[in-house]
Every structure is written in structure tokens, then in C-alpha cells.
Design a binder for this molecule. Structure first.
Ligand SMILES: [Zn+2]
Length: 159
């Protein structure tokens, strides 16, 4: 069974819909919500600064978005990146929207010092995510990740 990194089971058929409908609590809550998108942490993968922008509507492809939704997504993406810059200016991100996933979401995936053992390339990202899921999550580490989400929520309206 799928679980959030805080241990809550995820029963939702679609994780993206489950997050926006509040079927389970995404760790750190919704960092920001616009009319059509929500910014949040990955519910299952505890990595600092790893943010996800999810569509509220169940769509799979970017081309299914209306022009207004697409413009809104770009604006949220830019703002999320500005917030991340404010939180830690030394981290670089890989931005990914994987269409194999059933529900449109965009990853802002950070490259952090602890990932140095993994090649700095797209192919390493899944491996890093899997390693982060399996790694023992200390209370300090967990609080750090949740603290980043809280700080980001505060900053979002200000950048
Ligand atoms: Zn969905």
C-alpha cells in the first residue's frame, strides 16, 4: 500500500486528485493554491526543496489545459522557483512533467549535496527518489522538510 512519508495510507485511485480533494494529507499541506493548481511536497518522497505543482482538474497532458490554465501554470512555476531561490540560492532544479503519469503535475527536482554519489543527469532522478523513500527519515530531517514547506507557504504571497 502507498503511504505518505509521514505514514498516512493513500487510498486514492488518483494521487493528484486525492491531494486536491483532501482525501489524504499531503505532508506540509498545500504550500499555495491558485484557481487551477496546487503547490505541495511530494507526498511519498522526503527530499528537501522537492516541490510539485499539480493540476486541480484531472487532466493528463499539458495540451489539455486551456490557454488560461497554461498561463497560470507558467506563473505558478515561476513563482515557485522564486520562492525556492529565496529559500536556498545554491540549489539548482530539474523541471519535469511526466506524461506517463495519469494526472498532470510538474516536478521541481533539486540537486542537493547528498546526491553527489549519483550522476547529475535525468536518469538518476528515479534512483535518487527511490533511495530517499527507503532512507531512514529522522525526526530532524522530517521537521526540516516540513519547515521548508511552511516557510515556502509564507513566502509565496511575498515574492
Ligand atoms: Zn487525478
Amino acid at each position: 500500500m502507498r503511504k505518505t512519508f509521514l505514514g498516512e495510507p493513500i487510498y486514492s485511485e488518483c494521487v493528484g486528485c486525492g491531494i486536491v480533494k483532501g482525501e489524504f494529507s499531503v505532508p506540509g499541506g498545500l504550500i499555495c493554491e491558485t484557481e487551477n493548481f496546487a503547490l505541495h511536497l511530494d507526498p511519498e518522497v522526503p527530499i528537501e526543496y522537492f516541490f510539485i505543482i499539480g493540476a486541480k482538474r484531472h487532466v493528463r497532458y499539458i495540451h489539455e489545459l486551456t490557454e488560461n490554465e497554461a498561463a497560470e501554470l507558467a506563473a505558478v512555476l515561476r513563482k515557485a522557483r522564486l520562492v525556492l531561490l529565496e529559500l536556498n540560492s545554491s540549489v539548482e532544479f530539474t523541471v519535469i512533467a511526466e506524461e506517463r503519469s495519469r494526472h498532470l503535475h510538474v516536478w521541481l527536482f533539486p540537486r542537493l549535496p547528498w546526491m553527489d554519489g549519483y550522476e547529475d543527469s535525468l536518469t538518476s532522478i528515479r534512483k535518487i527518489m527511490l533511495a530517499a523513500k527507503k532512507m531512514y527519515l529522522s525526526k530532524e530531517q522530517r521537521n526540516k522538510i516540513l519547515g521548508i514547506a511552511a516557510k515556502a507557504a509564507e513566502l509565496f504571497g511575498k515574492v
